[in-house]
Design a protein around this ligand. Structure first.
Ligand SMILES: Nc1ncnc2c1ncn2[C@@H]1O[C@H](COP(=O)(O)OP(=O)(O)OP(=O)(O)O)[C@@H](O)[C@H]1O
Ligand SMILES: [Mg+2]
Length: 511
């Protein structure tokens, strides 16, 4: 355990071998007989559809949950991983998608607390803590004062703190579970540089992601899981993308672009000179049946625009109108009544009630319709929940399943299902495909398209530009709270959008 000898060459012996790992939750087999070898100094991607068992595998390695069956070897020795302390002692760490750090503690405290490698655990000695942390922060290229409150850092930087923490625990195997899904491109780039460095130091990085481009860029080998079972492992360089998708989904996913635009001439929604604390002078019109993309870096104001439309932030200037009537929502409830729906970005803190069932979460925003006589009409409720479940291709053990037990992508689908039921006139989708597998992404594109075809207006935030180019009629680019471009999708490119999104806002011209 103390021997952290590292070699960047792939020795014949894996650093970590997982053998015949099995895990069930109730009747659901999350993993069945999964065996994976991981080598020192490799980036090993684990991919598969939502619910395939990737996070479960990562959590077992990190000691967050125990396996039901199977065994593990580290450097050829059989080891047991029953809890996070075991994992830490063995040098295995998982960086969770929703970071398990404390925003109200300093960077140094976050690294030192619960860290077996930090000797003064019982005494708070700021100076010693800072000395302990600084070399690790340096290794991940994060130049901050260790006394800084974690919550004051950008999410991308918080992630680097989590990696620094892993390094300080002498981690030799680090699992990244969808670490890039909430990062903007610049931070993804930064993270990849750090992963490259870890690889060169002989650390094994297990990289879980749904983003094809990323995994082909960063990984040496790819392992595919499907429905909790091992499908295969291949060198990334010898695996064409369509073959990989075939391994993942076991069916063909059409990559075709959009059939036709549904945008009509009639203006549905209009925003003129809109200002909030973070937005300056936003003006656009959304037509019936139009899908308008919102591009920009994190912090550019896309989420803020959603909040303004949904009555969650104070509007300090400008006007909005819906179907030619003034639109000024006082609260989310009021926004829903007037006909605007927001599918939030952060499903855990803003969207779903994690301890409640699929059914209750689905009907949450439309209860008044189903509640006509003061009693929720149970049978009707079951029917509609089933219908939207089919529409979104939800995979859950049933309508009674607790949402916290669903895989990330399926949680996202519950949230979408809720809004399909509400039927607003204007939808604001804030990064709906985040953490969603490739098959489900296409399901979501289809859903958006269907809403447009029915004459709804759709505002669609995404950090993946190909997705915006595929789904939208026009793309509005925001940069530091300002509108810097309004582009026709079929006449622009990812490069052009990125140029607007990253330019100095003061120099860019609004169009
Ligand atoms: N705590 C739990 N209770 C019940 N079922 C669970 C629990 N955790 C996971 N599952 C189930 O195990 C299966 C695998 O889930 P897991 O989270 O590992 O999938 P995943 O591959 O990470 O998917 P995603 O890409 O959506 O994150 C799913 O069917 C999920 O519903
Ligand atoms: Mg997962």
């Amino acid at each position: 355990m103390t021997d952290t000898s590292t070699t960047s060459e792939k020795g014949p012996q894996p650093i970590l071998r997982a053998r015949n790992v099995g895990k069930s939750f109730g009747g659901v087999h999350a993993l069945r007989d999964v065996s994976i070898d991981v080598y020192a100094g490799e980036v090993h991607a684990i991919v598969g559809e939502n619910g395939a068992g990737k996070s479960t595998f990562g959590k077992i390695l990190g000691g967050a949950i125990p396996a039901d069956s199977g065994s593990f070897e580290l450097d050829g020795r059989t080891v047991t991983i029953c809890n996070p302390i075991d994992a830490q002692q063995l040098g295995i760490t998982i960086i969770f998608q929703e970071l398990d750090l404390f925003p109200n503690l300093s960077v140094a405290e976050n690294i030192a607390i619960r860290n077996l490698a930090y000797s003064d655990r019982l005494l708070v000695n700021r100076k010693r803590m800072a000395e302990f942390c600084l070399p690790m922060l340096k290794r991940v290229g994060l130049d901050v004062d260790p006394g800084t409150m974690l919550g004051d850092l950008h999410l991308g930087h918080q992630q680097l703190v989590a990696i620094a923490r892993a390094l300080s625990m002498n981690a030799r195997v680090i699992v990244f579970d969808e670490s890039t899904s909430s990062l903007s491109d610049e931070f993804v780039e930064n993270l990849f540089q750090v992963i490259d460095l870890l690889r060169s130091e002989g650390i094994a990085c297990i990289f879980i992601s749904h983003k094809m481009e990323e995994l082909f860029r960063i990984s040496d080998r790819v392992t595919v899981l499907r429905d909790g079972e091992y499908v295969g492992s291949r060198p990334a360089s010898e695996l064409p993308q369509d073959e990989l998708i075939g391994m993942m989904v076991g069916r063909k996913v059409s990559e075709q672009t959009r059939a036709e635009s549904h945008a009509a001439g009639e203006v549905l929604f209009e925003c003129t000179g809109l200002r909030t604390r973070r937005l300056h002078d936003i003006s656009f019109t959304l037509h019936r049946g139009e899908v308008m993309g919102l591009a920009g870096l994190i912090g550019a104001g896309r989420g803020e625009l959603g909040k303004a439309l949904f009555g969650l932030t104070r509007i300090v200037g400008g006007q909005m109108s819906l179907e030619s009537r003034p639109y000024l929502p006082r609260s989310p409830r009021h926004a829903i009544e007037l006909g605007v729906g927001l599918v939030p970005r952060d499903r855990k803190t803003e969207g779903l009630m994690m301890q409640m069932s699929v059914r209750d979460n689905t009907t949450l925003a439309s209860l008044s319709d189903l509640n006509a006589l003061g009693l929720i009409r149970q049978r009707e409720e079951s029917t509609v929940v089933e219908r939207v479940g089919t529409q979104t291709r939800l995979r859950a053990s049933g309508a009674h399943a607790e949402v916290s037990s669903l895989s990330g992508g399926n949680q996202q689908k519950v949230l979408l299902g809720r809004w399909l039921l509400v039927e607003p006139k204007v939808y604001f989708f804030d990064d709906p495909t985040r953490g969603v597998d490739i098959g489900a992404k296409h399901d979501i594109y289809d859903l958006i398209e269907q809403q447009a075809a029915r004459g709804k207006g759709v505002l669609f935030v995404s950090s993946e530009l190909p997705e915006l180019l595929r789904c939208c009629d026009r793309i509005l680019v925001l940069n530091q709270g300002k509108q810097v471009a309004l582009l026709q999708s079929d006449a622009t490119s990812a490069e052009e959008i990125l140029r607007y999104a990253t330019s100095q806002a003061s120099q860019a011209v609004a169009s």
